[in-house]
Design a protein around this ligand. Structure first.
Ligand code: KG4
Ligand code: ZN
Length: 337
């Protein structure tokens, strides 16, 4: 079974062909990074237009690289939720059109479940039940996972997502967009204990997160409590200051994510921890999760690094068990932000 996956929920236009749920025949990602860089973040209207321009060439390229003629596709899968509505609509419209024209089933994929499924696209697929941490630019959520498409929400962020905090702190430090990789690079030369930033909700006793206070703590540390937008954007820092703040901030985020994911796994009595989403590409987070999971005897199943940030292989992949379970969507299915 070969599934064409399409992903346009945020700022990457992606298409992929995956065979039998795990063999990635192609995975094409057209990043809009350059377009959004000048604005310091994703501008929904701009993202939508860029998707319109890129979606067909990206789909064509995915079929070409996979060497699968379009009439040999068995189903079309697309992210229908959550995401930016205008951006989602581009992929959903393309997928519906293809499903109708090719007369193949349409599969409506939840983006967060797809991030979790990226762990199934690694060498060692997860054993279940598990606890799954999805940590991205839009979401920070913990699930109990009883099957590749069976997730129940345990908790999530009450304000900013972890990736959003990386992006905002990178902006404060003048490191550009997207912030995650820039912070990780800067942090490599800094001291994680240089500043003691808050670990919000570390001991909240539930599976929720909060990163907004940490972002504010970084802001106050850099420019003080009454800084204007101009002060923030005009500030110039010594490279060693940037490196220390980046390292201390990253450590605070990693501490909370690793501790709360492991606590949830203990609480649920599972032996496997699955981690996916853009922030799961972070080397320090991967290192800390490995150490803490090992200490607790948990099997850690990380999404492969290249499949942590948005891609369509995870969409086409997760659609396979959905299709097998008969979970296809009508052509009237709607994008839900
Ligand atoms: O999963 P993703 O591509 O999009 C969403 O579904 O949101 O995640 C993007 C987020 C961005 O906030 C980006 O800064 C963050 O993932 N990210 C990272 C790293 N690479 C991407 N955060 C920390 N370290 C990284 N290496
Ligand atoms: Zn994502």
């Amino acid at each position: 079974m070969r599934i064409l996956g399409i992903e346009t929920s945020c700022d990457e236009t992606a298409a992929a062909v995956v065979e039998a749920g795990t063999r990635v025949l192609s995975s094409i990602v057209a990043s809009q990074q350059e377009v959004h860089e000048q604005f310091g973040g994703v501008v929904p209207e701009v993202a939508c237009r860029a998707h319109v321009e890129a979606v067909l060439p990206v789909i064509r390229r995915a079929l070409e690289v996979a060497a699968v003629p379009i009439d040999r596709i068995d189903a079309v899968a697309v992210t229908t939720t959550p995401g930016l509505i205008g951006a989602l609509l581009v992929g959903v419209t393309a997928a519906k059109s293809l499903s109708w024209a090719l007369d193949v089933p349409l599969v409506a994929v939840n983006h967060l479940h797809a991030h979790a499924y990226a762990a199934w696209l690694s060498d060692e697929p997860p054993e279940l039940p598990a606890v799954t941490l999805v940590v991205s630019g839009g979401h920070t959520s913990l699930f109990r996972t009883d099957g590749p498409i069976e997730h129940s929400l345990l908790g999530s962020t009450v304000d900013d997502a972890a990736g959003e905090a990386f992006d905002k702190v990178a902006h404060i430090l003048g490191l550009g967009y997207p912030g995650g990789p820039a912070i990780e690079r800067a942090a490599a030369g800094g001291r994680p204990d240089a500043v003691s930033f808050p670990r919000s909700m570390l001991r909240s006793g539930n599976a929720n997160f909060s990163f907004s206070g940490l972002k504010t703590a970084v802001l106050y540390h850099c420019v003080g409590p009454n800084a204007s937008r101009e002060d923030i954007e005009g500030a110039v820092y010594e490279p060693s200051f940037v490196a220390d703040v980046a390292a201390a901030f990253q450590e605070a985020v990693v501490d909370v994510l690793a501790a709360k994911a492991c606590a949830a796994a203990r609480q649920e009595g599972v032996r496997t921890l699955i981690v996916g989403g853009g922030v799961a590409a972070n080397g320090r987070l991967r290192e800390r999760l490995a150490a803490e999971a090992d200490a607790l005897g948990l099997a850690l199943r990380l999404a492969p690094r290249r499949l942590c940030t948005d891609n369509a292989a995870m969409i086409a992949g997760v659609a396979c068990p959905m299709l097998r379970a008969g979970r296809t969507a009508p052509l009237t299915v709607e994008a839900v932000p």
